[in-house]
Design a binder for this molecule. Structure first.
Ligand code: PLP
Length: 372
């Protein structure tokens, strides 16, 4: 049986007519760059995230970068984040002119360990970016409290956590700013590149709207130096259609996760994802941990099961950041996770048979050698 890691064709097939019509409306109006379709989506997405404002941008990396600029982060500043994330989190810090400073993650959730923050604090620290890895919010209350005490901005990297909740509140709505990616494979994905920033702060909303459009407040009148980070009209229209299915999709992901875990938790060699009591996880990624990863991955691939590794190299050990001076051993939990993670197939349209085949293959693969 073939089990893909992700199946976007299956996701789009039942929406095809609606998507075609949404795209046709944009083509008919010619509202391709920003414009009314983006504004409509912004209003819907702010409602969904339970925030006052949402600003559509070009992608999730833009969202993080503009959020940093809007919080006043720049050259000479430091921003604290985690090494267990996609490169973009740190790249955005670098592109703001600031320096990324890493702290280790919690052993079980692999999100920012709030107890590690004091060690990373300096006079230059300006902001913190917790990452809601794989669809589970970081433990935000102690992070927000630390930030308040030290006068730091909190920017949530919610690029994997559309719709997730922390103590009942939406991911992205907890800090000063929340950043989302609508890369096609995310829980809410565009038909191309897109992203958004959400916030309850009117000053940040206003600043990002100006920054994303060349710093202009009126056409050809530029109050600051910005950049072109607008969202496509077509993506706005398409995302509005797909947003209406996000809750149902997340619900299915949670069901699939529960089905995986009900079998895999019985296997000695497999550590299942941990859902913290404060979290409603949306399982952008369902990542198990195994010690003998190469062998397990090979067996899964041989059976036609496509998996991923998110991420094989923690950001502090990436070659691109060699000049930051971190060495192996700096962040034990992040490094152990990077060596053990396997992301199993996870998407709303996954069938019970496919899940059964994956768990069965893992049962056979990880059976103690004496019984093999
Ligand atoms: C996808 C992702 C991003 C970047 O989003 P793009 O839309 O690809 O620019 C940033 N952070 C995390 C954690 C992500 O998963």
């Amino acid at each position: 049986m073939k089990v893909p890691f992700l199946d976007l064709a299956a996701q789009h097939a039942p929406l095809r007519n609606e998507l075609d019509q949404a795209i046709a409306r944009v083509v008919d109006c010619g509202a391709f760059a920003g414009g009314p379709f983006v504004t409509e989506f912004e209003s819907d997405f702010a409602g969904y995230c339970e925030t006052d404002h949402a600003i559509g941008v070009g992608n999730g990396t833009d969202a993080l970068w503009l959020a940093l600029l809007a919080c006043g982060v720049g050259p000479g500043d430091e921003v604290i984040t985690v090494p267990s994330t996609f490169m973009a989190t740190a790249e955005a810090i670098t592109y703001s002119g600031a320096k990324p400073v890493f702290v280790d993650v919690d052993e079980r959730t692999c999100t920012m360990d709030p107890a590690a923050l004091p060690h990373a604090l300096s006079r230059r620290t300006k902001a913190i970016i917790p990452v809601h890895l794989f669809g589970q919010p970081a433990d935000m209350d102690p992070i927000l409290e630390f930030a308040r005490t030290h006068g730091l901005a909190v920017i949530e990297d919610a690029a994997q956590a559309h719709g997730a909740r922390y103590k009942g509140r939406r991911a992205g709505s907890l800090g000063d700013v929340g950043c989302f990616s609508f890369y096609p494979g995310k829980n809410l994905g565009a038909l191309g590149e897109a992203g958004a920033v959400v916030t309850n702060r009117a000053d940040i909303d206003e600043k990002i709207r100006v920054l994303r459009d060349h710093g202009q407040t009126r056409k050809y009148h530029h109050t600051m130096v910005g950049w072109n980070c607008r969202m496509d009209g077509i993506q706005g229209a398409v995302l509005r259609v797909k947003l209406r299915r996000l809750e149902a999709g997340n619900q299915l992901r949670r069901q699939h996760a529960a089905r995986y875990t009900s079998v895999l938790r019985k296997l000695d060699e497999v550590t299942c994802p941990y859902q913290a009591p404060y979290a409603e996880h949306v399982y952008h990624i369902y990542a198990i941990r195994v010690h003998d990863r190469d062998r397990v991955l090979h067996q899964l691939e041989q059976q036609g099961i496509s998996c991923g590794i998110h991420y094989p190299v923690p950001v502090h050990l990436q070659e691109a950041y060699a000049d930051l001076g971190y060495t192996r051993g700096a962040f034990r939990n992040a490094e152990a996770a990077a060596a053990e993670f396997i992301s199993l197939p996870m998407f709303p349209e996954l069938s019970a048979d496919q899940i059964g085949f994956v768990t069965q293959t893992l049962e056979q693969t990880t059976r103690p050698l004496s019984l093999a």
